[in-house]
Design a protein around this ligand. Structure first.
Ligand code: OAD
Length: 251
């Protein structure tokens, strides 16, 4: 059964008390938290680029087969992301970080908006779209060193330059995954915000947190695979719900 813990803008008071008293909190964010900044989500309406699905482009095989196409997609996203700013949802998470003794923000997003908003303790599960490196010699490149367009860039060594994001089928950055699972297991409250919770291993984090005894709170306008497991489902846009929530907590 799905329990709505905020109706007509009024939160469940048990939830607010639990949030005020918690000491260890972990959060998982997905593309939905950046939707109100103007970054398109991956799935659902507006989640497509030309006729491609992200799963067809965000792979090493796709880059090997057609590096120009994959680079063009990333160039489009890089330009889009360079023009957007954090929204009230990102800013509310900065306030939560200041409030709690132990607060970890795990994000699947590569857009750097949490850092721009001022969050510090961030675990980037899928890398960052702002960084790039050479496939052959691993030299790092900033976007400003490269041409963003329909042709892939080459390194001084001749190797192809790719974005420093994790593609489907690739391992998550060493240490980041372990740290994320450890925080999920230790926390008293776990938030899953703006993610469809279908991409693993990130989608295991809320499940693992709940198994280990955490209160599981989901914020999303739509129900997801996770919703029936959530203790509190706050239905709506994170840019509205999170600021309301911290106001209600007296932060
Ligand atoms: P998805 O595009 O799968 O899901 C976005 C979620 O955000 C959906 O559940 C929406 O309902 C929700 N949403 C939309 N607007 C929202 C809003 N204003 N506030 C809150 N939620 C909102 O994105 P992810 O779950 O992040 O991986 O996708 C996971 C991974 O799949 C991505 O990191 C990426 C992608 O392919 C890689 O590239 C490896």
């Amino acid at each position: 059964m799905i329990i709505l813990s905020r109706e007509d803008g009024i939160f469940d008071q048990g939830l607010i008390e639990a949030l005020k008293n918690a000491k260890k909190v972990a959060v998982l964010t997905g593309a939905g938290i950046s939707a109100e900044s103007g970054v398109p989500t991956f799935r659902g309406e507006g989640g497509m680029w030309k006729q491609y699905r992200p799963e067809e482009l965000a792979t090493f095989e796709a880059f090997s087969r057609d590096p120009n196409l994959v680079w063009e997609w990333y160039s489009w996203r890089k330009k889009l992301i360079a023009e957007v700013s954090p929204n009230p949802g990102h800013h509310a998470l900065v306030q939560l970080e200041k409030y709690y003794q132990d607060f970890t923000l795990v994000t699947q997003n590569v857009d750097n908006l949490h850092r721009e908003a001022g969050s510090n303790n961030i675990l980037e599960l899928h890398g960052s779209i702002r960084r790039n490196f050479c496939l052959d010699c691993a030299k790092n490149y900033e976007d400003s060193d490269l041409t963003l367009g329909s042709e892939v860039n080459s390194c001084d060594c001749g190797g192809l330059i790719r974005p420093a994001v994790v593609w489907f089928g690739e391992s998550l950055p060493q240490g980041v995954m372990e740290a994320s699972f450890q925080k999920a297991e230790e926390c008293e409250v776990f938030f899953s915000i703006g993610t469809s919770a279908v991409v693993y291993p990130a989608a295991m984090l809320p499940v693992q947190a709940k198994r280990a005894g955490a209160l599981l709170i989901e914020i999303n306008p739509q129900e997801t695979m996770l919703t029936t497991s959530a203790d509190h489902f706050l239905q709506g846009a994170s840019g509205e719900i999170l600021p309301e929530l911290i106001r209600e907590m007296g932060i």
